[in-house]
Design a protein. Structure first.
Length: 132
């Protein structure tokens, strides 16, 4: 059985995506959601909030999602936090590459606002099931 998922950090360069994601996860899922606009401050924000799970946009200017993911994995306190990539690029080869890099799951953008919280919860439970 997985521990309860409570705190989520969402990292995206588009404010409207962050707003919709936060609203869906808080209102439907009941999670506490923190937002970070872009990858520049993502590691600092993750260290400050210590989320249970991180949702990370793949295509961002400056630091891409894979760049931020690599930076998160270099910080010992953040290494074990599951990361879900959010992306419009959902070709099977790309998804396989992301999963090989160690990402927990991939959610396609645009996502279904009504199922986002359930999709995140399923990824959380799969992550913990794979660990046991």
């Amino acid at each position: 059985m997985s521990p309860p998922l409570k705190r989520i950090l969402c990292i995206d360069d588009e404010r409207d995506i962050l707003d919709v994601t936060q609203m869906c996860l808080e209102r439907i899922g009941g999670y506490e959601v923190f937002c970070c606009e872009g990858g520049q401050d993502a590691v600092a924000q993750a260290e400050a909030t210590m989320p249970d799970l991180i949702m990370l946009d793949v295509m961002m200017p400056g630091q891409t999602g894979p760049d931020v993911f690599a930076a998160l994995r270099k910080v010992s306190r953040l290494k074990g936090i599951p990361v879900i990539f959010m992306t419009a690029r959902v070709q099977s080869a790309e998804i396989k590459t992301y999963l090989k890099q160690g990402v927990t799951s991939v959610i396609a953008k645009p996502f279904d606002a009504m199922t986002l919280a359930a999709d995140v919860q399923n990824a959380w439970e799969s992550f913990h099931a794979a660990k046991s």
